[in-house]
Write a protein that binds this ligand. Structure first.
Ligand code: C5P
Length: 238
């Protein structure tokens, strides 16, 4: 059970530079997947992705791509070439953008013989509330928008979505259990919520059907990241 559970956890490397990131990677030998976001990728670039790969780690490259279909597809090809395991794009980029991205990922995997990166759609950013959706011309109903965009992502060939823990069941019910759900906003009962508002504990999120949990501060800001990681695995397995 534990090996399986630890593979569900993605450690968010929300640190400014490569040295701090590598300290965490070395402190967490049983963690299999690490998330590199805009900040770390902008500061350290592709060499850091290659370094993580050479350490045998899986990479979740969270760049939330959103551009015209051709540009996004070309960028997916580049990322797939680095051997990333998962990457993100905005579903609001539309059907053609997602379809071209999915084709690019599959085609690069065939050409390189590497596994196809899992493409995850960002639906509605969890920082946006109903009033703010209205301001940008979307119906002011986050849940309905998340479901609509998740369905479009599935039809367009994406592998899953990133969404808040309170949307896990909604998405699984609307799109089906095989469509991956990756969720941040995870707080063990013993950790502080910080700025996350819609939180679930790791065990609750897994019970609701989350396939992967993105966890940052409860592990990386703990006085002992390996202990925090182990406590979370135990909590889920219990
Ligand atoms: O430290 P914490 O566990 O809150 O980190 C969660 C990670 O997930 C961060 O990298 C954050 O940027 C990311 N994230 C999020 N909410 C989203 C999308 C991504 O917290 N809606």
């Amino acid at each position: 059970m534990s090996a399986h559970v630890s593979e569900k956890i993605i450690i968010a490397l929300d640190v400014p530079d490569k040295q701090k990131a590598l300290n965490l990677v070395h402190a967490l030998p049983s963690a299999r997947m690490f998330k590199v976001g805009l900040r770390l990728f902008t500061s350290e670039g592709p060499p850091f992705i290659k370094e993580l790969r050479s350490l045998g780690k899986n990479v979740f490259l969270d760049l939330k791509l959103h551009d015209i279909p051709n540009t996004v597809a070309d960028t997916v090809r580049v990322c797939a070439g680095y051997g990333v395991r998962m990457m993100t794009l905005h579903t609001s980029g539309g059907r053609e953008m997602m379809e071209k991205a999915a084709e690019a990922a599959a085609e690069t995997a065939r050409r390189t013989g590497r596994p196809k990166p899992l493409l995850l759609g960002v639906t509605i950013l969890t920082s946006l509330k109903n009033e703010q959706l209205e301001e940008i011309g979307m119906p002011p109903d986050t849940d309905a928008q998340v479901v609509r965009l998740a369905k479009l992502a599935a039809e367009s060939g994406l592998d899953g979505v990133v969404c808040s823990p309170r949307e896990i069941e909604l998405v699984k019910k609307a799109v089906g259990k095989d469509f991956l759900v990756v969720t941040p906003g995870i707080r063990p009962a013993w950790a502080a919520a910080q700025d996350q508002k819609r939180i679930l504990t790791p065990a609750q999120a897994v019970r609701q059907g989350a396939d992967f949990l993105v966890i940052g501060r409860p592990i990386i800001a703990d006085p002992s990241p390996p202990d925090a990681f182990d406590r979370i695995i135990q909590e889920i397995s219990a």
